[in-house]
Structure formats: C-alpha cells, structure tokens
Design a protein around this ligand. Structure first.
Ligand SMILES: Cc1cc2nc3c(=O)[nH]c(=O)nc-3n(C[C@H](O)[C@H](O)[C@H](O)COP(=O)(O)OP(=O)(O)OC[C@H]3O[C@@H](n4cnc5c(N)ncnc54)[C@H](O)[C@@H]3O)c2cc1C
Length: 404
C-alpha cells in the first residue's frame, strides 16, 4: 500500500505520523514544493524580527523522516492530479502513483489585483523563503518606511517585527478597525492605541489602489486620494486555499476542498486536511475555511487514522486566535456576535473578559490580558455544553452561567 501526501506542513506531518503509528509497513511518500524540513509558520514574524534563528523554526530534523520511514521528496511541485489513474504529476513531469492520497497543500496569500503589485519591494509572509527575501531586500535597499496592507494577525505581527528592526510602518486597513474578525470594538480600539503608541501610522477605512515606483517600490496610492510613502510593502489580506492542483478534476470544491467528517473528498481514495479544506464549523454550523494551525494538526491526524483503516469522525472546527502583539495578550474564541453579551473586568486593568451567547448557547469568548479560563471556554464551545457555575470559576460571577 502506498500513501502519498502533498504538503509538508502541520496537516501533512500529522497525517504521516498517524498513518505510521497505525501501520509500520506501508510506503509513505511526501511531496512538497518547499525544501525545508517541517517548520512553524506561526513563528515566521519572530524570525523576521531576529528574535529567533532560522533553525528555531524547524519542528523536526531530517532524522525525523528517516526514523519514520517517510520518503520526503522536497522541491517538487505537484501540478495535476489524475484520480482515474491514481497518480499525480509534478512540474518536472514525474508521475507518482498512490493507493491513498492526502492533499495537505495549505493556503497561499491573497494578492490584491492592483497596479504595481509586481514591483520589487512588495512581499507576502507565508514561508521561510518569503522571510529570506524580505531580509535580503532590507540588506540591499534603504527602507525608511514600510507599508502593511491589512489589519489582521499576520499584518500586526509583521508590523511588530518591523518595529523591532527600527522600521516605522503605515498600516492600511480597509475595515473600520484592527483585527475586525477577531476582536470586539472596545478591544480593537485598545489595540489601535497600543499600535499607534508604538509609533506606527494606522489608516482605517482605507485601501491601496496601486503601488508606484519604477523598478522598486516608492509608495502606495490610496483610495482616499492620498499617498503613503514606503520602500517595502507587506500584503496581509488573508489567505486562500491552494487549489490549483485539483483544477480539472471532479474533486468537489467551494472556497476550499470540501471534505466530509472523515476528511474524505468527493473522490474515493483521496483525503484532504488543513488550510486547503473547507470543513464544518461548530459555531457557524456550516463549512468554512478556518485556516488555523490546531485545526490543521487535528484534521491531518484524523485523515491519517482513517487512511490507515480507522473510522474516526471530525466534529468540526471553531474560529480561534491567541496572540501577544504590541504588549497585548489576546485570545478570541468562536464568534463575538450573539443575542446576549456579558463583560467583566476592563481593558485598562488588563483583565477584560467577554462571553457571547446565542440563546442559552455559548458561541464566543474574548480574553484580554489574563487568558485564564480560555481553555475552559474553548472546551465549552467545542462540546456545545452549557456553562454552569461549577464549570467556570467564581470569576464569572454575575454572568448567567447558573441559569444556562
Ligand atoms: C505568519 C503566520 C502566522 C500565523 N499565525 C498563526 C497563529 O498564531 N495561530 C494559528 O492557529 N495559525 C497561524 N497561522 C496559520 C497556520 O500557520 C496555518 O493554519 C497552518 O500552517 C496550516 O497548515 P497546513 O499544513 O494546512 O498548510 P501549510 O502549512 O501551508 O503547508 C502546506 C504545504 O503544502 C505544500 N504545497 C502546497 N501546494 C503544493 C503543490 N502544488 N505541490 C507540492 N507541495 C505543495 C507547501 O509547500 C507546504 O509544505 C499563521 C500563518 C502565518 C503565515
């Protein structure tokens, strides 16, 4: 039996490990268009900032693949799938057969279709190679100011990295607040104050309509008619599942590859896991692209177990973000829109907590400062259990927990 895995990220590695734990003999081959051992994308901003070395990013070494008997074919881009022939085709023309296939090709940055996007100095941040390219550019070019497009987690962590490098930034955010998908208005406002206090310019309700420069970036034109000067731009407008390799197949796709609770795609013998999928969201009760590390790990593991012959179902995902940025510790779980909202503590005292209910069901929670009880809330959200006085400690007094 040959297991073929496309990818070398969190979902791919969890899948490979699960298959190997279940079966010692099957052949496992992993194909990736990157050339590095499995590494942490989450820590890329720390590497950019110079807080850690490149080797600190690596989550396994080369022995890992050898010890688990995994053939890692790196630097190999899969261009097409031929499900009827049970094989994939790489960019170099190799045809590789499988008995079972796991697609764990992740997601790639969304690029706005604006003029000047290909100028030297415009970057995204998804891979080690992206960071290396930014570092080389910083060494060879006099970057006095950077422009960051987007106000989400990756954008802000990159702004913090630039801050550490002594580069002031202009952050251009199309919505009316920072981390609008993750924070409520009050906490977003507090984060905005922290970012501005650190010396960065934040332009809300603003868009980049074009980048300008001759060969190298000199700045961005803004929707409001103004300009933002900058010799380096970082696009942080979110990610999109990497689906090009399934184009032309009958694998069912919406925004991502559609998988069932066993992580099976619509084609027999082909599974998918991680950022490339669109999977069931426990809170929103529909299939969404969540794009977070813990989901990729969990899905990879479940897919691997099922490929190895078990029958484990994945209950689903929930939105989750935990980050420490510009001195603010934030954990956001589920969705922050509901019928009833209960707030305790304050942002100023660094102990802000919010629970959001829809009917009697907890649908979201936000922690600022102390993240105590975030784990408990995560568990309540995942299991759909109703909080009781005994489930959450007295710090939640006054919230309608006993009633629920
Ligand atoms: C800067 C940054 C910060 C982040 N911070 C957080 C965070 O704080 N918390 C959190 O939960 N998540 C965070 N994430 C998201 C998290 O890293 C992803 O959810 C996770 O990496 C997804 O894992 P994956 O295995 O599905 O995909 P990926 O890690 O993207 O791996 C995909 C793999 O597939 C390979 N591949 C793709 N297409 C092909 C092809 N055609 N042929 C061959 N190989 C291919 C790629 O080379 C790669 O090895 C962050 C991401 C970034 C970039």
């Amino acid at each position: 039996m040959k297991i073929l895995i496309i990818g070398n990220g969190a979902a791919a590695i969890s899948g490979a490990k699960a298959v190997r734990q279940m079966n010692r003999d099957w052949e496992i081959e992993l194909l990736s268009d990157e050339v590095h051992p499995f590494y942490s994308r989450v820590m890329l901003p720390d590497y950019l900032a110079g807080n850690i070395r490149r080797t600190d990013l690596y989550l396994v070494d080369w022995d890992f693949y050898r010890d688990l008997g995994i053939k890692a074919t790196l630097g190999a881009q899969v261009e097409a799938l031929e499900p009827k022939l049970a094989r994939v085709i790489t960019a170099s023309g190799q045809r590789i057969h499988y008995d079972l296939l796991l697609i764990a090709s992740g997601a790639g940055p969304v690029l706005p279709g604006v003029e000047g996007i290909n100028l030297k100095g415009v970057f995204t941040l998804r891979s080690i190679d992206d960071v290396e390219a930014i570092r080389r550019y910083l060494q060879s070019t006099n970057v006095e100011r950077a422009i960051i497009v987007g106000g989400g987690l990756v954008s802000l962590r990159t702004a913090e990295a630039f801050h550490k490098l002594g580069i002031p930034t202009t952050i251009v955010v199309s919505s009316s607040r920072l981390m609008s998908q993750t924070l409520d208005e009050a906490s977003s406002e507090a984060l905005l104050r922290a970012v501005r206090k650190a010396g960065h310019e934040v332009l809300l309700n603003e868009d980049v309509t074009a980048f300008y420069g001759t060969t190298h970036l000199r700045g961005a034109k803004l929707a409001s008619g103004g300009k933002a000067a900058g010799q380096l731009a970082l696009i942080g407008k979110g990610v999109r599942p990497r689906l090009s390799l399934v184009e032309g197949t009958s694998i069912a796709v919406d925004r991502g590859i559609l998988v069932d609770e066993y992580l099976r795609t619509s084609i027999p013998k082909i599974y998918a896991a991680g950022d490339v999928t669109q999977s069931y969201d426990l809170i929103r009760k529909r299939r969404v692209c969540n794009g977070i590390w813990p989901s990729a790990v969990r899905q990879g593991r479940i897919a691997g177990c099922n490929m190895a012959g078990l029958s484990i179902s994945d209950e689903g995902d929930l939105p989750m973000n935990s980050v420490h940025v510009f001195g603010c510790s934030i954990c956001s779980l589920g969705v922050l829109a509901g019928d009833e909202t209960y707030v305790r503590g304050s942002l100023r005292d660094n102990n802000y907590r919010k629970l959001v209910f829809s009917g009697s069901q907890l649908v979201g929670a936000l922690f600022w400062g102390s993240l105590r009880d975030a784990g408990r809330c995560y568990w309540l959200l995942r299991t759909g259990r109703r909080p009781t006085g005994g489930t959450l400690p007295p710090v939640w007094d006054g919230m309608p927990l006993g009633r629920c």
